[in-house]
Design a protein around this ligand. Structure first.
Ligand code: S3P
Length: 166
């Protein structure tokens, strides 16, 4: 089957959902953040600190194009839709947007210390989510709401969705 790409804001559960979904469906798992760190041999936090966001976006784009096209569940970074070229590249892929409200994201990420953008006090993350929303919608074929749902419920919903459209 065609690979499935999960997109959505930081804290929307892409990584956790991708892990369980790949396990349940017996498919390979890929994560663009992990691919960046492995390929460029550097934690994302350090890439941002040493080279800045633009360089990270180039690395991320490079990894996106190297993802498996078949039998794989792919968790992407929350900013994958920042480059129009990525949206274009995703246009013929099976892309699911995990949509999460601002309130829920704040609850989930209160103690996070690893995400450079989340932890950058000079950035307004609520506005960033609002600005990205239309890009997530544009880049995706399906939207799954994640508020007040646990990982198992979200995974079940995705499996039903896949069965319905295949
Ligand atoms: C980012 C989200 C992160 C990671 C990087 C930038 C973003 O991924 O790619 O820190 O711009 O929203 P997660 O969505 O997995 O946190």
């Amino acid at each position: 089957m065609k690979s499935i790409y999960l997109i959505g804001f930081m804290g929307s559960g892409k990584t956790t959902v991708a892990k369980l979904l790949s396990k349940k469906l017996g498919l390979t798992l890929q994560d663009t953040d992990e691919m960046v760190e492995a390929y460029y041999q550097m934690p994302i936090k350090k890439i941002f600190a040493d080279y800045g966001e633009e360089v990270f976006r180039n690395y991320e784009q490079n990894m996106l194009t190297k993802t498996n096209q078949k039998n794989t569940i792919i968790a992407t970074g929350g900013g994958i839709i920042e480059l129009p070229a990525n949206i274009e590249w995703l246009s013929d892929k099976k892309v699911i947007y995990l949509k999460t409200s601002w309130t829920e994201i704040v609850n989930r990420l209160t103690f996070d210390q690893n995400r450079p953008i989340w932890n950058d006090q000079s950035r307004d993350k609520e506005s960033l989510l609002a600005r990205r929303e239309s890009k997530y919608v544009e880049a995706s074929k399906y939207v799954v709401h994640t508020d007040q749902k646990d990982t198992y419920e979200i995974v079940e919903e995705i499996i039903k969705l896949i069965k319905r459209v295949e």
